[in-house]
Design a protein around this ligand. Structure first.
Ligand SMILES: [Zn+2]
Length: 436
């Protein structure tokens, strides 16, 4: 493969010998091919010839962060109703505004705003779940970001669709419209077990089987959700979904806060995945997901921000730090979720959850060049005994200077190359007037 660009970072974050952890290597070079793949990873001294050589002295080069759960367009509702419990927040603040204002332009413009924030913060791929997925797909494609886009399903009407059949046909049409885009993939997303009936889950499963699509859902986010499921169905939502044959190797459980040992064992046995959203869970007082226990049981865990309405940042550096700290305080064990594990969750763990680990999640020859360069030269980083520890406990999103998706530089010197700040500011101002 012809090398177009060679990057020479101070530290390169690569899989260790086991492939299950990351490590920081020095004196490395990473080569990008003309078609946007990683064509060389090895000693800088042995690097082949290349058209461009980029000196990243003082920088860490790492795989792009994967935000495994967000509602990108909800960035337009950032801070609209803070310090409110989940059910009141949804029913009194979010759903009424969505019912009145949700539209293709809302999602397109809100998703562009989210893409700006995510790319600038080093997130190269998001798993987006929202209404009007065609608008989200167009926005993320324009921003140059990789994404898995949910085809959402509810049993109740919204401005987007009337019933489960309507959601499914609109979602599948959006998928067809973007079938030629290498950086976009689609998943079926049942919003939650409490908003989707057994018969709708059966339809989702039928399409998942037929079209080989993953199934994602919010799962056991609150204790109330579990209690209501036990009252209505006699079992937890996880057991109900297992009975419906929904939990399987491409099933992604978002939140999974209130999971007992049986729920965890079920998800492990079915090789399913969990997306941990620590900031959103704390902000909505949902609880603490038993992530250290899940990790020890062998469950693949990814990290997500959730939407900006419940976070209020799409900032994976915050999620990494929160995940590490929350695991320690909730288990009483300072050794729980050490930095290399957290970095794994935010990169390869996310790629595995999305079924995309053949392309992204680690710096390895043959994978897509989805990379970020993090400036570690500021005095706030000094001294650097262990760059992995710093990436979780010290670094923030403003340290991200350069971002590549599929070899294309989409952030240069901290500025997204394919988006226009003035345009995004005008969208945000107009929606602020409308939504207040
Ligand atoms: Zn969510």
């Amino acid at each position: 493969m012809m090398i177009a660009t060679l990057l020479f970072p101070k530290w390169c974050i690569e899989p260790d010998a086991s492939g299950e952890q990351v490590c920081a290597r020095t004196d490395r070079a990473v080569g990008l091919s003309v078609d946007g793949r990683i064509a060389y990873v090895g000693p800088a001294a042995d690097a082949p010839e290349a058209r461009h050589r980029v000196d990243l002295r003082g920088f860490t080069l790492m795989p792009g962060l994967i935000n495994a759960h967000t509602h990108a367009a909800m960035t337009l509702m950032r801070g609209v109703a803070d310090d409110t419990p989940l059910d009141v927040w949804l029913k009194n603040h979010i759903w009424p505004r969505e019912g009145k204002h949700l539209s293709d332009p809302f999602v397109y413009e809100g998703t562009l705003l989210a893409a700006w924030e995510m790319l600038r913060g080093g997130t190269t791929c998001c798993n987006d779940m929202y209404l009007f997925p065609d608008a989200a797909a167009r926005a993320l494609r324009r921003a140059g970001m990789r994404a898995m886009i949910a085809m959402p399903v509810f049993d109740f009407p919204t401005p987007y669709a009337a019933d489960a059949d309507g959601y499914l046909s609109a979602g599948l049409a959006a998928r067809d419209a973007h079938a030629d885009t290498r950086t976009l993939r689609f998943a079926l997303a049942a919003h939650a077990p409490y908003t989707v009936s057994d018969s709708s889950f059966a339809k989702i499963k039928m399409f998942a089987d037929e079209l080989n699509l993953p199934i994602h859902t919010h799962l056991q986010e609150t204790a109330k959700e579990v209690a209501e499921s036990v009252a209505q169905y006699g079992v937890s939502p996880t057991q109900r979904l297992a009975d419906l044959d929904i939990t399987r190797p491409d099933f992604v459980a978002i939140h999974a806060v209130h999971c007992d040992k049986l729920d965890i064992a079920t998800l492990v046995a079915h090789h399913s995945h969990v997306v941990h959203c620590p900031t959103s869970n704390m902000k909505l007082a949902s609880g603490v997901a038993p992530i250290a226990e899940m990790w020890a049981a062998g469950l693949n865990v990814a990290l997500g921000t959730d939407g900006a309405a419940s976070n209020n940042r799409l900032d994976m550096w915050q999620e990494m730090r929160m995940a590490a700290l929350l695991a320690k305080v909730s288990t009483g064990d300072a050794a729980a979720l050490p930095a290399p594990q957290v970095l794994h969750m935010a990169t390869l763990g996310g790629a595995r959850a999305l079924g995309w680990a053949d392309e992204i999640g680690s710096i390895e020859v043959g994978k897509s060049a989805d990379l970020i360069a993090v400036d570690m030269r500021q005095l706030e980083h000094a001294p650097i005994f262990d760059p992995l520890s710093h990436l979780v406990y010290v670094t923030d999103r403003n340290c991200v200077q350069h971002v590549w998706v599929q070899g294309e530089q989409v952030v240069r010197d901290g500025v997204p190359t394919k988006l226009d700040a003035t345009e995004l500011r005008s969208y945000a101002a107009a929606w602020q007037d409308t939504l207040k």
